[in-house]
Design a binder for this molecule. Structure first.
Ligand code: SAH
Length: 483
């Protein structure tokens, strides 16, 4: 039985610009043949055991000839596998997807084509340049800049291109920039026509040069613009001055390392990215659930839950939310309160300050005879001690522990080179240092006093401390510091 080949576009680089269909197919694939210019996060969607084969050609490094790619495609498809041929941008825009489709048709192998967002539209969009605009450009041409326009065998009709009434978008044209500009001016385009060169469009570190046909080659050389880059010629390029949006985001140009456990890091990382930061995920800590028996809740008049993880684990232990009827439920932090609400429990007490001391204060006027504290195994003793001092009996229920997660050398280096490293718990500080993470260099952002104390124990002074002591508070503190 023959397999099937999916010719899939992976978009221009930002993993958010992968299509839903692309992610679905990557997750189902037995084999993925991929280029260099794909978002590397795309491959994270592959299932365990899928075979990932690099067949790139562009730029420096290993070059896999197209014939070898063809042979791979046929071999895997004939072996009955689901093959994803993953290409940067769109597979049919300078991606040789058409040739691969012809090959598969000739071999009688079924295939599907999944378009992708092409760099020629996406990179300008991220630079604040619409490729068409009423009254400025009523057409757009995608052109390869790969060939040398000065050679007589050039396939491009330069006079016709110069006369094209609309925007010209050149792919693969960085090295040929001087010739492209020269030929277009010779063909009648104005020397002062706006040109934009967008390097690493939609990726962290995207750079845009706004120039004119007359000076673009010289300025691109001076700025050392390198591939991959899109060169766009036309009056729409100047709209960038008005429409540029990427660079206006408040954390643009900042790199921020997030040391939270992977399972919790994504929301914070997503928020920081949305504000324009490049995020280094450096999870030095992992949440490990502990075996716990279901507590006999009838014995307690207070249940205190100290973290979102604790809330989830605790509610998993209960058979029925009604077991909490009549018991005061206290939660530290809005995230914990939210996790309880998601399970149908409205906490009675949520202190203003998201720390144990805040809860102790908030409970001052609440009668407590016997309390259950559901928490991490290595939590602080502030809350149990304060309740015991008041004469209450206190049981602690350890629901999970936080354990060290090793960091790879490359991750450590990226975090050390970041502008900020964020810490959202005392244990994240300890494990980050244990994993070889550096507290020297980047500004240190702490979520609250307990985390700051842990930094000081390691001889480092936090540069900023969130207030309120929540992930949102931390983001606000970063915005203030960066602003
Ligand atoms: N199929 C791809 C194009 C492949 S040709 C697509 O549809 O986008 C490779 C060229 O695409 C590069 O030389 C560069 O000109 C352009 N390119 C690809 N990714 C890019 C990016 N992130 N930023 C700018 N240009 C990019």
């Amino acid at each position: 039985m023959s397999g099937i080949v999916h010719l899939v576009g992976a978009g221009p680089g930002d993993p958010g610009l992968l299509t839903v269909r692309a992610v679905e197919l990557i997750a189902q694939a037995d084999v993925i043949l991929h280029d260099r210019l794909i978002p590397h996060e795309a491959l994270a969607h592959a299932r365990e055991g899928a075979e990932l084969v690099y067949v790139g050609k562009e730029g420096a490094g290993a070059q896999v000839p197209q014939e070898a790619t063809h042979a791979f495609l046929l071999e895997h498809a004939r072996a009955g596998r689901r093959v994803v041929r993953l290409k940067g941008g769109d597979p049919f825009v300078f991606g040789r997807g058409g040739e691969e489709a012809q090959l598969l048709r000739a071999a009688g192998i079924p295939f599907e084509v999944v378009p992708g967002i092409t760099a020629g539209v996406a990179a300008p969009a991220y630079a604040g340049i619409p490729v068409t605009q009423r009254e400025l450009a009523s057409g757009v041409a995608f052109v390869t800049g790969h060939e040398d326009p000065s050679k007589p065998e050039s396939q491009l009709d330069w006079p016709a291109l110069a006369a094209f009434p609309g925007t010209l978008v050149f792919y693969m044209g960085v090295r040929a920039l001087p010739r492209i500009a020269e030929q277009l001016i010779q063909g009648g385009r104005a020397a002062d026509e706006p040109v934009a060169v967008v390097e690493r469009g939609t990726l962290p570190g995207q750079r845009t040069l706004l120039a004119t046909l007359a000076d673009v080659a010289e300025r691109a050389a001076a700025e050392k613009i390198k591939a991959p880059a899109i060169t766009l010629v036309g009056p729409v390029a100047a709209l960038r001055e008005e429409i540029a949006w990427l660079e206006r985001r408040p954390l643009h140009g900042r790199t921020i390392a997030v040391t939270r456990a992977r399972a919790q890091a994504s929301a914070l990382a997503a928020r920081l990215r949305e504000l324009g930061a490049a995020v280094v995920e450096a999870p030095a800590i992992r949440i490990e659930p502990l075996p716990a028996a279901k507590p006999d809740l009838a014995r307690y008049d207070l249940v205190a839950i100290t973290s979102p993880n604790g809330a989830e684990r605790f509610m998993d232990l209960l058979r029925d939310a009604r077991e909490l009827a009549g018991i005061t439920v206290a939660a530290i932090g809005p995230g914990t309160a939210r996790a309880l609400r998601e399970r149908g429990i409205e906490p009675d007490v949520v202190p203003q300050r998201a720390v144990a001391e805040g809860l102790v204060e908030a409970l001052e006027d609440v009668p407590v005879t016997r309390a259950l504290i559901a928490r991490a195994s290595e939590g602080r003793d502030v809350l149990p001690n304060a309740l015991r001092e008041r004469g209450a009996e206190v049981d602690e229920l350890a629901l999970y522990e936080t354990v060290a997660e090793p960091l790879e050398e490359a991750t450590r280096a990226a975090a050390a080179a970041a502008d900020y490293v964020t810490f959202t718990s005392a244990s994240s500080v300890r494990f980050y240092v244990q994993a070889g993470g550096s507290l020297d260099g980047p500004r240190l952002a702490s979520i609250g006093p307990a985390t700051s104390a842990a930094l000081r124990e390691h001889g480092a002074e936090p540069d900023l401390e969130a207030d309120p002591h929540t992930p949102d508070g931390l983001v606000d503190a970063l915005l203030r510091d960066a602003g």
